[in-house]
Design a protein around this ligand. Structure first.
Ligand code: SF4
Length: 697
């Protein structure tokens, strides 16, 4: 028997785990009580590490599509054939593209290799899950603080009042916020006399333990945030304190905001003006407080505006860069000092003219870039740890587009709804056969920490880690296209160099000497030194955001559209589309249901548990109704990450209860125009009982 200390890399929480093994068998996975960040906490998903490792549905060798069959092929042969086809497509004028899935953010070792493949593909059509998730955060940070990676982190352990808008950390374990054991931290906040306020169109698991919950009309967050700012102003509670000396454009921002009216904003977001004034009074009472907005405010048509307004609230109340407020980390690998600040608008997508952001085009543009003929049409796509058919709005359109593409290469462990279209699938080794460092997650953690996890198992013979596949494929394509061959540096070397080059100057050996993780202390105020703006000031009034208030004003003046709107949701036993094949996680009551408020169900003659048809401008799905007063009237909710029943998918457990994909309903045309992020929140839908629909047909 052997004992291994490791970080669970499945979600952003980065919990420490103790894994007992015998030979290549996992005997147990438990929380590591000595891990300074997670203190013994794990969630049910930790067991999925073993399920993924041992899943009989996992691919172990590269496969090539021959007719309707998958045929095993050697690594070198696969690389050579792919490279030759890429070269041919490029010579014929076709564009090559890449899509990076969300697991890549949890996999430090691919970070240095992805640019090699991007360069070899010579593609500007780079897409990722970031633009169906968090790019509005990064765009605001780039404009306001001068670097896209300057994430303000809610200091939950020392705050007196936490306000969560559109986030459900009890299900997500924190998102763009590494906060293991968040429930205990919330209970500790309440035990010390503090409070939690949750604002969400659904009474979520987090709202259930909050001191106060307000329903909010989906997509109306700027109305709440503007009203909060105006209420602070009205009550004379605008008090940035020491931040005052660092604020550029503060008066410009206020001049732009004061044209709006608290009552009109309150009506638009469906929260009583008195409640908004009370919340402003609480936030402005001088005690440490923090407003945190997440997926519900990010994946909205005002996603970037929302995050700017959240910064303004935290600044106006003096809670930015304050203990107990929104703070900046000092991680062992400092990405802010070692990467560029970010770019926007250097080039534009071919079909719809979306501006590039951080080197990528919006994921909503993928289907049209593949399907629209003309110069620069995407004819080859490489996906890395992604399943965009289920993750990107209007997955049906992408599904159809992928049937027509000349070459699809998927670096993936499974035959999924996306890789079922592939010409080649290149499967990486199991999750316990590779090392882990929280390169992108430590910078968003509630404490400064470092933790290196060596592999639990030796890789199986002739297997490859993701980084090796990406690097080897990049070399093969570069060779076939007549480019200089890229220099491949093993990830451990890159990590050691990044640690040494960061202000803390640690080495990988020093980090490795702490198998439970190295605690580098609580977050500390870092401004103004941390600012990366040219004038070392906080840019409170980026012109694009001030201008976007005009769009908000137009929205405010328009009457709300009648009918139901759709929002997503997440469950603690799911993680996007990744974990549907773990039997331990899949068991229990069916989770892919359409939550609908009692009055909305009654008006449509819908019974609890009955199948309903949900229709949007993009598509139609059938799903069981779950009548509940936990959703706001006028709102229906479906989880994301389901829909594994598509043709060819080889996920035997997930196919037993495949559910429907919410992204067969979301729309490619609904975006935040500043960031290009998908507006998943508030998709207009109609819902009717399946029996009625069949009778009508
Ligand atoms: S909370 Fe996240 S990191 Fe922690 S055990 Fe669960 S999945 Fe793993």
């Amino acid at each position: 028997m052997a004992t291994h200390y490791r970080t669970c890399h499945i979600c952003e929480a980065n919990c420490g785990v103790v894994i007992e093994t015998q030979g290549r068998r996992v005997l147990s996975i438990k929380g590591d009580a000595e891990n300074p960040l997670s203190r013994g906490h794990i969630c049910p998903k930790a067991t999925a590490l073993a399920d993924l490792q041992d899943d009989p549905d996992r691919l172990h060798k590269p496969v090539k599509r021959v007719g309707d069959a998958w045929v095993e092929i050697g690594w070198s042969e696969a690389y050579a054939e792919i490279a030759e086809r890429v070269a041919g497509i490029r010579q014929a004028g076709g564009e090559t593209a890449m899509y990076i899935g969300n697991p890549s953010a949890h996999n430090y070792s691919t970070a240095a290799q992805i640019p090699l493949l991007r360069k070899a593909l010579e593609s500007k059509a780079n897409f990722s899950a970031s633009s169906v998730d968090q790019v509005p955060h990064q765009l605001v940070q780039m404009w306001v603080y001068g670097h896209n990676a300057m994430f303000p982190v809610p200091d939950i352990d020392r705050t007196a009042h936490m306000v969560i808008i559109g986030g459900n950390p009890l299900a997500s374990n924190g998102s763009v916020w590494t906060v293991p054991d968040v429930k205990k931290r919330i209970l500790a906040l309440q035990a010390r006399g503090g409070r939690l306020t949750v604002i969400d169109p659904r009474r979520t698991e987090t709202a259930d333990i909050a001191d106060l919950h307000h329903f909010i009309r989906p997509g109306s967050d700027p109305a709440l945030l503007v009203a909060l700012l105006l209420s602070l102003d009205e009550a004379g509670l605008v008090a940035p304190g020491r931040l005052g000396a660092m604020l550029a454009g503060w008066d410009t921002a206020w001049a732009a905001l004061r044209r709006f009216d608290i009552e009109a904003c309150a009506a638009a977001c469906s929260i009583d003006a008195g409640d908004i004034r009370a919340l402003a009074a609480a936030l402005g009472d001088g005690t440490p407080a923090v407003v945190y907005g997440r997926i519900g405010v990010s994946t909205a048509s005002f996603g970037t505006l929302n995050h700017w307004l959240i910064q303004l609230v935290n600044i106006a109340t003096g809670n930015l860069d304050r203990v107990g407020g929104a703070m900046f980390t000092a991680p062992a690998v400092d990405l802010v000092s070692q990467t560029g600040s970010g770019t926007r608008g250097r080039f534009f997508s071919r079909v719809s003219g979306h501006p590039e952001l951080l080197g990528e085009l919006p994921a909503v543009a993928m289907a049209e870039e593949i399907a629209t003929p003309g110069e620069g049409q995407v004819r080859a796509l490489v996906t890395i740890a992604g399943n965009p058919v289920l993750s990107v709005p209007d997955g049906g359109a992408l599904d159809t587009a992928l049937e027509t593409i000349d070459l699809l290469v998927c670096i993936d462990m499974y035959v999924t709804a996306t890789s079922t279209h592939a010409d080649y699938i290149l499967p990486p080794c199991g999750p316990l056969e590779k090392d882990h460092y929280p390169l992108f997650l430590a910078p968003i953690a509630i404490r400064n920490f470092a933790n290196y996890s060596p592999p639990v198992f030796e890789p199986a013979p002739d297997s490859r880690s993701d980084w090796e596949i990406i690097a080897e494929l990049a070399r093969a394509i570069a060779g076939a296209c007549g480019q200089p061959l890229p220099n491949i540096v093993p990830p451990r070397e890159t990590l050691d160099r990044m640690l040494r080059n960061s202000p803390r100057g640690l080495t990988l050996a020093e980090v490795e000497a702490h198998p439970h993780g190295l605690d580098l202390g609580a977050l500390e105020p870092r401004l103004p030194d941390r600012l990366r703006t040219h004038d070392k000031m906080i840019n409170c009034a980026p012109p694009e955001l001030v201008d976007d208030l005009d769009r908000f004003g137009d929205w405010l003046a328009a009457a709300p559209e009648p009918g139901l709107v759709l929002i997503g949701r997440r469950h603690i036993r799911n993680n996007n589309s990744w974990l549907g094949n773990s039997r331990r996680l899949a068991k229990g009551p069916a989770r892919c249901t359409l939550m609908i408020a009692p009055a909305d169900a009654e008006a449509r003659g819908i019974r609890d548990g009955a199948m309903v048809v949900v229709t949007s401008a993009s598509g139609r799905v059938e799903v069981a109704a779950e009548i509940t007063d936990t959703v706001m009237p006028g709102v229906v909710s479906m989880p994301h990450g389901f829909g594994h029943g598509r043709k060819g998918v080889k996920l035997s457990v997930a196919r037993e209860r495949p559910g429907a994909s919410i992204n067969d309903l979301t729309e490619r045309s609904r975006i935040d125009p500043l960031s290009g992020n998908a507006a998943l929140v508030g998709t207009p839908v109609s819902v009717e009982s399946l029996t009625h629909a069949v009778a009508a047909e």
